[in-house]
Design a binder for this molecule. Structure first.
Ligand SMILES: [Zn+2]
Length: 418
């Protein structure tokens, strides 16, 4: 009997040891505008890594669980943060009575079908996808990392935890750290560039269809996740078929401010920053990127895209939109209209999608270069990745990606905060 007891005890200790290793706070990765999940494209090309697998890379290197969330790829940060909360914790997305009423004219639904995650796999009669980390609470906090719009989304979630829009008020300490990579904290001038260039294309989603050529390929598995606007896509529908079918829906209208295309503009970001604050209980980190270089000609400085920049980003990054000479690209676009956020020459350098100046942290927050020990309630700027475009920073540059070093550095810092 003693031997059996010892064996049992040994087994329990081993199990406890294993649990301890896995009990490091997990990291949740949140994609940006037009992001997609692991099942899209058959898993052969990942949002987080391209032909690399950044989630797996971090998991292996840090010993912590890494989850890749899937939120609305064209939705507002409000909607995305709500989805992120329920996806991590479990339950059905509730976008809030007041928020849904505010956008009822565009068809917003407060609690749409098809946006639920199961917290308990043994009690899941509707076969919902499983919640990522249902034990999430003050004693089981997490780290968040967002690319591009994902950085705005994780800030929004922290604000919602603080004010009790989700869960109970005062819960921002459920998040240990939030890291943004190439995030348009103060917006990007890309939409104005695009709307000026293609006035018939009323939305960035329309541009994306054209730019990526994704319209032709049926069944890519891309999910718009717009159930909260009553637009469920069928799995057989291609990106373009869905867009063609729904393009007259008021959601796509430029006047709709409950959408990514508004939140990503300097004016939309200013509105977001007016209520999404930097929490004093969270460590914030930011990483910037710049893929344009400048050249002085006839006494004037010009921005031009580097030769190795992604082809789909090159058209709009430089002085002029290619091939529409006369239309200003992000490298020379300025905004001076009254009532709008002014953008001057400091906004010219960019990574093809976002102005570099926008990436260090939101206007009105304290931003400082990370030098030694990070501080809470401050944006600790990790580094400027020169020569990296908007997608190089998530590993699309090649295999192995040059960005992995940055992830190594970040993980070493997070390890000190667990
Ligand atoms: Zn909404």
């Amino acid at each position: 009997m003693k031997t059996i007891a010892r064996l049992l005890l040994a087994a329990c200790l081993a199990a406890a040891g294993g649990a301890q290793a896995a009990s490091k706070p997990p990291l949740v990765l949140v994609h940006g505008f037009l992001g997609f999940d692991r099942s899209t494209m058959g898993g052969s090309f990942l949002y987080w890594g391209g032909f690399n697998d950044i989630a797996q890379y971090i998991r292996a290197g840090s010993g912590r669980d890494v989850f890749t969330a899937g939120v609305g790829p064209v939705s507002s940060n409000w909607d995305r943060a709500i989805e992120l909360y329920y996806q991590i914790k479990g339950g059905c997305a509730d976008y809030g009575e007041r928020h849904a009423a505010q956008h009822a004219g565009a068809g917003h639904i407060q609690k749409p079908l098809g946006k639920c995650w199961a917290a308990d796999p043994t009690n899941n009669p509707n076969n919902y996808p499983l919640a990522l980390y249902p034990q999430w609470d003050a004693n089981h906090p997490i780290h968040l990392l967002g690319h591009s719009q994902g950085g705005q989304t994780i800030r929004t979630l922290i604000q919602m935890l603080d004010q009790g829009t989700v869960g109970q008020a005062g819960a921002s300490h459920w998040v240990i750290s939030a890291t943004s990579i190439a995030t348009p904290h103060n917006g990007t001038t890309l939409r104005d560039v695009v709307v000026g260039w293609l006035p018939d294309t009323s939305t960035l989603a329309g541009l994306a269809v054209q730019a990526t050529g994704a319209g032709g390929s049926g069944g890519s598995g891309f999910k718009f996740r717009l159930e909260q606007y009553g637009m469920a896509a069928s799995t057989a529908e291609s990106f373009k078929e869905f867009f063609d079918r729904t393009r007259s829906h008021p959601f796509w209208n430029l006047a709709n401010h409950d959408s990514a295309q508004w939140d990503l503009t300097p004016d939309g970001a200013r509105e977001l920053n007016s209520w999404v604050k930097t929490s004093p209980s969270v460590y914030y980190f930011s990483v910037s990127a710049q893929a344009t270089e400048s050249l002085t000609l006839f006494g004037k400085e010009f921005q031009y895209p580097r030769a190795d920049m992604s082809l789909i980003l090159k058209n709009t990054a430089g002085e002029w939109v290619v091939p529409s000479f006369g239309q200003r690209g992000m490298g020379s676009f300025q905004q001076t209209a009254a009532g709008r956020v002014p953008t001057d020459e400091r906004w010219f350098p960019n990574d093809g999608v976002v102005n570099t100046i926008s990436m260090a942290g939101p206007e009105g927050s304290r931003i400082q270069a990370l030098d030694g020990k990070p501080a809470k309630g401050v944006w600790n700027h990790l580094e400027l990745m020169k020569g990296a475009d908007h997608f190089d920073v998530i590993g699309w540059d090649g295999k192995p990606s040059a960005s992995l070093k940055m992830y190594d550095r970040l993980m070493a810092i997070l390890a000190g905060l667990d």
